[in-house]
Design a protein around this ligand. Structure first.
Ligand SMILES: Cc1ncc(COP(=O)(O)O)c(C=O)c1O
Length: 386
C-alpha cells in the first residue's frame, strides 16, 4: 500500500497527522470516566459528595425566580447574590474586594490580558498553569519564563528588565503538577525590592492551607500586598468558577476591561448557593484539612522509602516522576487494573522527559487506602522493573 501523502496545508489532513503523531509518542489523551479509588480528583476536602452541599443547591433551585442568568453580568445576567458572595469571599481571604468569573481559566485569562500591556514584562514560573500562560500570551507583553522556583534567575531577570513599563511576577501558591509551594514571603520581598508586583494563583491552596483554609497568601499575611490573587472554586470548594481578589479598583477595572468577564454569560443565580456552601463548609473543615495533611505526609514518606521520586511535593498533590511517557502510561494502567484510578501526566502538561503519575489526595481517603496504594505502587514497580 502506498503511504498516504499528507498535505499539511489542508486542516483535515493536518488533524489526522497530528493525532497519529500523538498516538505514536504515547501522548494521545482520551476521555475516561474515573474508575476505582479516584486519585485524580481535586476534591481535596471531600465536599463533592457532602449531602450538605446537595441540600444547599436544592434549596436554592427551589426558591430561584429564574434558573438561568440569561446574559452577561453586565447585561441581564447579574444577581445581587453574586455581589453578596463576592463580599463574603473577599472577607474570608482578607482581600479588599473580589470579582467572580465563570471559571478559573476565564479568571486568569481575563485578569492577565486586561492588566498587562505590550510594553510590560511578565515573569512566569515555568510550571505555571496553561490558563496563566494563555492570559500572558493574549496580553502580547514580553514574557520571561524562569526555571521552576529559581529566585536567583528571577532576580537577574528583574534587574535586566528594570527599564520596562510594569513588571509583574506570576506564580501558583501550590503548583498543580509539582505539589510544591511558592516561597511567597521571598517573592513579595523580591518584588518590592525591584518595584515589581505579584500575582498568585491559589487554585490548589484555597480550602487546604491557612487558617480556616483561606489560602497561602492569607497564611503568609500578604493579602494586602499582592496585586491580585485567583481562587478557583472547582477544587476544594466543590463548585466551579473563580474569584479574582485585590483592591476595589482592580475589581472595577476588571468589570470594565476583562473580556472573559464582559463577554461571558453569567452562571445561573442559584449556582451562587453552591459556591457559598462550598466556601462556608471549606472554611469550617479543620478536621478534614488536618487528615489530608497527615495522609499526604504518610503517603509521600512511604513512596520515598520505596525509591520513588516525589519531586518537591509537600502538599496534597504528590507527583511520582517516572520519566518516559510509555512508562507513565503503563504504570497508570497497572494501577487502574488494581483499583486505583490514576492517570499518567505527560508533556505538554509537564516538561519532556518528566512524565509522571499525579496522586491527588482527598480528605475522604483513609490511612488504610494510603498504605494500600503505597504497597501496590511498590509491587508494580517491582513487576515492571522500574
Ligand atoms: C493552577 C490552576 N489555575 C487555574 C485553573 C483553571 O481553573 P478552572 O478549572 O476553574 O477553569 C486550574 C485547573 O483547572 C489550575 O490548576
Amino acid at each position: 500500500m502506498n503511504p498516504r501523502i499528507v498535505n499539511e496545508r489542508n486542516v483535515t489532513d493536518r488533524i489526522e497527522a497530528e493525532l497519529a503523531n500523538l498516538e505514536s509518542h504515547a501522548q494521545l489523551r482520551r476521555l475516561e470516566a474515573p474508575g476505582g479509588i479516584d486519585l485524580n480528583s481535586n476534591d481535596y476536602l471531600g465536599l463533592a459528595t457532602d449531602p450538605r452541599m446537595k441540600q444547599a443547591i436544592l434549596q436554592a433551585v427551589n426558591s430561584a425566580p429564574r434558573i438561568a442568568s440569561t446574559g452577561s453580568r453586565l447585561l441581564s445576567g447579574h444577581d445581587q447574590a453574586w455581589t453578596a458572595l463576592e463580599r463574603e469571599f473577599a472577607k474570608w481571604v482578607g482581600a479588599e474586594s473580589s470579582l467572580y468569573f465563570t471559571s478559573g481559566y476565564a479568571a486568569n485569562v481575563g485578569l492577565l490580558s486586561a492588566i498587562l500591556r505590550a510594553e510590560d514584562v511578565v515573569f512566569s514560573d515555568s510550571a505555571n498553569h496553561a490558563s496563566l500562560i494563555d492570559g500572558m500570551r493574549l496580553a502580547k507583553c514580553k514574557r520571561v519564563v524562569f526555571p521552576h522556583q529559581d529566585l536567583n534567575f528571577l532576580e537577574d531577570e528583574l534587574r535586566r528588565n528594570s527599564a520596562a513599563s510594569a513588571r509583574v511576577i506570576v506564580v501558583e501558591s501550590v503548583f498543580s503538577m509539582e505539589g510544591d509551594r511558592a516561597p511567597l514571603a521571598d517573592l513579595i520581598e523580591l518584588a518590592d525590592r525591584h518595584g515589581a508586583e505579584l500575582i498568585v494563583d491559589e487554585a490548589h491552596a484555597i480550602g487546604v492551607f491557612g487558617a480556616e483554609g483561606a489560602g497561602c497568601v492569607a497564611q503568609a499575611g500578604l493579602s494586602g500586598r499582592v496585586l491580585a490573587t485567583v481562587y478557583t472554586c472547582g477544587k476544594a470548594l466543590a463548585a466551579a468558577g473563580a474569584f479574582v481578589c485585590g483592591s476595589e479598583k482592580l475589581s472595577e477595572f476588571l468589570i470594565n476591561r476583562a473580556r472573559t468577564f464582559i463577554f461571558n454569560t453569567g452562571l445561573p443565580p442559584y449556582f451562587s448557593a453552591q459556591v457559598a456552601a462550598g466556601m462556608r463548609l471549606a472554611a469550617a473543615a479543620d478536621a478534614e484539612r488536618a487528615h489530608l495533611a497527615e495522609n499526604s505526609v504518610f503517603l509521600r514518606n512511604r513512596l520515598k522509602e520505596n525509591g520513588f521520586d516525589t519531586a518537591g511535593s509537600d502538599t496534597q498533590i504528590v507527583p511520582v516522576i517516572l520519566g518516559a511517557n510509555e512508562t507513565a502510561v503503563k504504570f497508570a494502567a497497572q494501577l487502574r487494573g488494581r483499583g486505583f484510578g490514576v492517570r499518567a501526566i505527560r508533556p505538554p502538561t509537564v516538561p519532556p522527559g518528566s512524565a509522571r503519575l499525579r496522586l491527588s489526595l482527598s480528605a475522604n481517603l483513609s490511612r488504610e487506602t494510603m498504605a494500600e496504594l503505597a504497597n501496590v505502587m511498590k509491587e508494580v514497580k517491582e513487576i515492571e522493573e522500574l
